[in-house]
Design a protein around this ligand. Structure first.
Ligand code: NAD
Length: 434
């Protein structure tokens, strides 16, 4: 099949590459000239484990191409076009659709054959119908609109694409159904379902899944505060809850709050959609409110411990990415923590295995960055563990203690054992830990 993917970011590049790897001919398009130039040189603009090897192999085989020219890519013939551009939050929290509609208009003008046009981006309910209207007005060829939301997790995106829990397709044409079933069948050989539904339900399913996961996180974070206030231990409570099969173990970890390019904006967008439709959004607003507070928690604990004036204090962060195995720092809790610490006059040092280039672009010399985690804490008054990268889980505690000016450790991911840390002589504080 000839496929065009518009938007070559965390989603589009994985989608395009994995489809090329299953034998299709794929052109990935992006308006970011830098990104495309890098890809043409065989460099990968994002960090995603395993992606570099797949991109290089499929590009070499001639199945994967990159360009900045949407019109040309589509006009060369495309049976399926995926729209995978960003949909960041607008001023009122609703999803900004201007990139999606701009790309859609170019695609509509450039069709040379009947084409299935699929939304991969996360978009509010009703967007598919708006796309249908754009294509109806502009396209000179038959078109078939579908919604195929993406559920991949950054850091494990290839695995998620190759072995999805389920694939959701919203469409109302046999043409779209047939094309997408044929495309995805190789990825669901273990009988995980391709769920066919209407476009509106597919669009809502994506937001529902992300908002529910965010709700679990905020629920656990609120409960962690209660554990702190009552002397219970949230890790013990988590296990006690998780073994209930109706609840399960996943996404019950309390920490520094959720970040990234999906949960924050998707919760906001769903709340905005509910408001627009004049239906209740109390749960969604509470989820967001708890998370906003949670992202500040570690910094507030530093202020509580050392006082409001942090001038002369050196605070070290282990982890900047919003979660391990990604270089994505969009809406990362680390950024909120750093802002507060700097506002109180602290000197901030930080390290991250892969997110430092992105962090340096954003923060410049406001923060001192170190490749070596132990160099980052040398002479620091406190260590804040913000992202639970594997390499931070079992560090050399004696070295940490020696490097720190005061052995204060705020564990934002509950990766260490409180009694063991205290035995080692740390002034340790986790989130909701006894
Ligand atoms: P991203 O910012 O990494 O990539 C989007 C890309 O689209 C950028 O490279 C941008 O230059 C490009 N672009 C914008 N306008 C364009 C145009 N007119 N033509 C061509 N390219 C254009 O974003 P992402 O993280 O890949 O997310 C894309 C969409 O997928 C969003 O709607 C997001 O909510 C959704 N999503 C993301 C994830 C994730 O983990 N990142 C998971 C599921 C769904």
């Amino acid at each position: 099949m000839k496929i065009v993917v518009i938007g070559t970011g965390y989603v589009g590049l994985v989608q395009g590459t994995c489809l090329a790897d299953s034998g299709h001919t794929v052109t990935c398009v992006d308006i970011d000239e830098n990104k495309v130039a890098m890809l043409l040189r065989g460099e990968i603009p994002i960090y995603e484990p395993g992606l570099d090897e797949l991109v290089i192999r499929n590009a070499k085989a001639g199945r994967l191409k990159f360009t900045t020219d949407t019109a040309k890519a589509v006009a060369e013939g495309a049976e399926v076009v995926f729209l995978a551009v960003g949909t960041p939050p607008g001023d009122d929290g609703s999803a900004e659709l201007k990139y999606l509609f701009a790309a859609a208009k170019t695609v509509a003008l450039s069709l040379v054959e009947p084409t299935v046009v699929v939304t991969k981006s996360t978009v509010p309910v009703g967007t598919g119908r708006k796309l249908q209207a754009i294509f109806k007005e502009t396209a000179k060829q038959p078109f078939f609109i579908a919604s195929n939301p993406e559920f991949l997790k950054e850091g494990d995106a290839i695995n998620d694409f190759m072995k999805p829990d389920r694939i959701v397709v919203g469409c109302d044409s046999e043409e779209a159904k047939k094309a997408l079933t044929s495309m995805y069948e190789p990825f669901v050989r273990t009988d995980n379902p391709i769920l066919m539904m209407d476009i509106e339900s597919a669009e809502l399913t994506k937001y529902a899944a992300n908002a529910f996961l965010a709700t679990k996180i905020s629920f656990m974070n609120e409960l962690a505060a209660l554990a702190d206030a009552t002397g219970a231990d949230i890790e013990t409570v988590r296990k006690g809850m998780g073994f209930d099969r109706r609840i399960g173990h996943l996404f019950l970890f309390s920490g520094v709050g959720y970040g990234g390019s999906c949960f924050p904006k998707d919760v906001k967008a769903l709340a905005a959609l509910a408001k627009e439709k004049k239906v209740g959004n109390a749960v969604l607003e509470a989820v967001e409110e708890v998370n906003d507070a949670q992202k500040k928690l570690l910094a507030e604990r530093v202020v509580e411990r050392f006082g409001k004036d942090l001038k002369g204090k050196r605070i070290a962060l282990w982890g900047i990415a919003f979660k391990p195995r990604t270089d994505d720092i969009r809406e990362a809790p680390s950024l909120e923590i750093i802002d507060i610490l700097l506002a109180h006059g602290a000197t901030v040092t930080a390290t991250d295995p892969v997110a430092m280039p992105n962090a340096k672009k954003l923060l410049g010399d406001k923060v001192t960055f170190f490749e070596d985690p132990y160099a980052a804490i040398e002479g620091a008054d406190a260590l804040l563990v913000v992202t639970e990268w594997n390499e931070f889980r079992r560090p050399d505690f004696a070295r940490i203690k020696k490097a720190l000016r005061t052995p204060v450790l705020f564990d934002g991911r509950n990766v260490y054992d409180p009694p063991a840390m205290r035995e080692l002589g740390f002034e340790y504080r986790g989130i909701g830990r006894r």
